[in-house]
Design a protein around this ligand. Structure first.
Ligand code: 6PG
Length: 253
């Protein structure tokens, strides 16, 4: 059962949402680097976060401790990093290609591998190495950025997917039937070990699913985003007014 409604902050529009998300990123990065000398973040794919990424590389550039951040991804398409659908390519185009991030601190999913399950295994090894997580121990990200589809999916965890049941593996490569392709995705085991999960949701097309996910009854099989509930961390929904039109409880940012 849902313990309590997740925190929702509403920004006036998509531009204000991008600023709110970038400001939150800076606050979390500064705190983590001050406390532990390092900030680990899993970037979201899709289009919503790109405006935030562009702001981090420009307006907030000087506030970001680029040389102490380890960048990861929450999921990736089964394509090479040069492909137009690649989440890695999107992040480089919007941010990583123009900031002083040490290449050794960018840990992408190798979507170019012919067998998607090899890419998942490879990324699981990357996570275990970079977080010094032996088998049985789940890495803890300081921040996981997630988007949400209008069907309630998040990362590449789609409604009805067997990947929703995985509690041991860190990374899976589910076949996504309606996309006719594999995806490579962090599992809920990792997402729910994060210190902070920030969802970024924008636009009227997401309004019904946002209401269903954050205020509706538990339907985790149909609404995978409902399954993201950090065990020892917290989640925060940063949304714009268009996406929030169907919500009854939220806080203006
Ligand atoms: C992806 C993301 C996916 C995305 C949602 C929302 O690889 O596409 O992991 O979960 O966040 O589909 O996408 P938009 O931001 O483009 O609406």
């Amino acid at each position: 059962m849902r313990t309590r409604a997740p925190a929702v902050e509403v920004s006036a529009d998509a531009g204000a949402l991008a600023h709110a998300a970038a400001e939150r990123f800076v606050v979390e990065a500064e705190a983590a680097v001050r406390a532990r000398g390092r900030f680990t973040v899993a970037l979201a794919g899709g289009t919503t976060p790109n405006a935030m990424y562009r702001l981090l590389a420009s307006r907030y550039r000087d506030a970001v401790p680029w040389d102490a951040i380890d960048f990861f991804w929450g999921d990736e398409r089964h394509v090479p990093p040069t492909h137009r659908d690649s989440n890695v390519r999107a992040a480089y185009d919007a941010m990583l290609g123009s900031v002083p991030t040490p290449p050794a601190r960018v840990h992408r999913i190798r979507g170019e591998l012919p067998d998607a399950s090899d890419a998942a295994t490879d990324y699981e090894q990357t996570l275990r190495r970079e977080f010094a997580s032996p088998p049985g121990k789940v890495p803890t990200f300081d921040l996981v950025l997630l988007g949400m589809g209008s069907d309630g999916h998040t990362a590449s965890l789609f409604p009805g997917s067997e990947a929703l049941l995985e509690r041991e593996r860190l990374v899976l490569a589910p076949w996504v039937d309606h996309l006719r392709s594999h995806r490579i995705t962090l599992t809920l085991a990792v997402l729910n070990h994060a210190t902070l999960v920030v969802f970024l949701v924008s636009g009227r097309a997401k309004a019904d699913s946002l209401r269903d996910v954050v205020e509706g009854p538990d339907r985790p099989g149909q609404l995978p985003a409902q399954l993201v509930r950090p065990i020892n961390g917290r989640s925060l929904w940063l949304v714009d007014r268009e996406a929030a039109t169907q919500l009854t409880r939220s806080r203006d940012h």
